[in-house]
Design a protein around this ligand. Structure first.
Ligand SMILES: [Zn+2]
Ligand SMILES: [Zn+2]
Length: 293
């Protein structure tokens, strides 16, 4: 196992970058051949700004955490920290259980960033995208990316997953995020079967609706079971996939919702809203329209 760990440690960045580029290319071509919706903002503008943010985030992460998540996994195993370093479990069991548990933590984290108003301000950057395509999947504010990384480190220390499991999980999360944010048309029967064990683009698109009740559903990124198990699953958007409005009501101008400068300042714009997860009805309160998002 030592050799495998050393290989992963020294090639972690290359492994992840290769999968990222490979899956990105496949999804980009698929979007070009059979798009699900027409884009409202030009693809050049979307890709330049969204991918610009991705490069910035990658740079910041490498600078702050050069050893990355695999480094924390190696360190935990050396220290004997975490569930799977403490109990003797077969490697295959430990890998499968670790990947599933880490995905569950991501689900809980996603629910949390919607529920806590200050964290929602960070997560708005992901939701304010006026369209929905492969680049949306990686579009997050740098502070949210750092927060995710710290939550991931804490999870790894408590769980003590095999180093292989951490790489498998990160590659899987990255690949599924690009897949389920892609603007691709998938056969409806295939979609129905696929979403029994994987979050599909039609399933996650519901989560990007401007309507609160739709946004507060389908939090899963890879495995769709958490939403069904915890009551946040929603099958389809009310207005259909082609007619639904994507984004956030208060950020409709490309200068704010699309330009990288707008994305970086977005968490600091406007008053701290009363937006919380339990507001699942849409705009009926006190007889008037209320827009706090
Ligand atoms: Zn979200
Ligand atoms: Zn999303």
């Amino acid at each position: 196992m030592i050799d495998i760990n050393e290989f992963i440690m020294s090639n972690e960045a290359v492994i992840r970058l290769s999968f990222f580029l490979g899956v990105f290319a496949v999804m980009a071509i698929w979007e070009f051949i059979t798009p699900r919706r027409a884009l409202t903002v030009s693809k050049v503008m979307r890709w330049t700004n969204n991918l610009g943010l991705v490069f910035l985030n990658t740079f910041i992460l490498r600078l702050l955490f050069p050893a990355a998540a695999v480094g924390v996994a190696v360190f935990s195993s050396e220290q004997g920290w975490g569930l799977f370093n403490y109990y003797d479990v077969t490697p295959v069991m430990a890998i499968i259980a670790s990947v599933v548990i880490m995905d569950f933590v991501i689900y809980l984290q996603h629910v949390m960033v919607h529920a806590v108003p200050v964290l929602w301000r960070l997560h708005r950057v992901h939701h304010a995208d006026l369209d929905y395509d492969v680049t949306t999947g990686a579009r997050f504010h740098p502070i949210e990316i750092i927060l995710s990384m710290l939550i991931k480190f804490a999870t790894i220390m408590l769980l003590g997953p095999p180093v292989v499991a951490v790489v498998v999980f990160e590659v899987m999360l990255n690949a599924t995020a690009m897949f389920n944010h892609a603007n691709v048309r998938l056969n409806l029967v295939v979609d129905r079967w696929l979403r029994l064990f994987l979050v599909t683009p039609d399933m996650h698109r519901v989560h990007h609706s401007v309507e609160d009740d739709e946004t507060n559903s389908n939090f899963g990124f890879s495995l769709p079971w958490w939403d069904r198990l915890f009551g946040t699953y929603r099958d389809q958007p009310r207005d259909g996939h082609e007619n639904m409005t994507i984004g956030i009501r208060t950020f409709r101008e490309p200068k704010m919702a699309s330009w990288i400068s707008g994305l970086l300042v977005m968490p600091f714009v406007g008053k701290t809203s009363g937006y919380v997860i339990n507001r699942r009805q849409w705009h009926q309160e006190k007889g008037g329209l209320e827009d706090e998002r």
